[in-house]
Design a protein around this ligand. Sequence first.
Ligand code: GDP
Ligand code: MG
Length: 159
Amino acid sequence: KRGNVERTLIAVKPDGVQRRLVGQIMQRFEQRGFKLVGLKMLQVSDDLLSQHYCELRTKPFYPRLLHYMTSGPVVAMVWEGHKVVQTSRTMVGHTNPAEAQAGTVRGDFSFHVSRNVVHASDSLEGAQREIQLWFQRKELLNWDCCDQTITCEWVNLNI
Ligand code: GDP
Ligand code: MG
């Protein structure tokens, strides 16, 4: 994290991968102007999930959530940009797709909370915790976008 530039964890869940939605979901983050700094496909372990969803372990749906999230591969990404945590929550939409606005990922591609296609970190602290959990430091790349004078530099001008 440089200055006020944030990073967040976005993951296409197993239903999103199975339904071939990875490209469309990534496209939304690219076209919004965010920078991809980490990307991998993985079969998530129970151990990673229990840490990732530690706050939910007492919920009645927790066993179903673990089964869902381990039912196939996940595509995990780290996106960087100004206020990317809050903005990506808006782009992803309400946890319950029945309440998610059209135009959001969940509002456009899903209808039930148990198969809501995508994960997005919900706070700056949560994002930092999750990124450390899912990615090794060396898997996160610092690189310069050719358009960063437009998409990034103005952030430092206090406008
Ligand atoms: P998120 O941050 O919007 O993903 O929502 P939460 O952190 O509250 O919940 C994590 C994930 O658990 C959600 O994205 C859903 O996949 C799942 N989940 C949440 N509530 C329910 C529920 O009532 N039933 C089921 N089956 N899954 C749920
Ligand atoms: Mg959450």
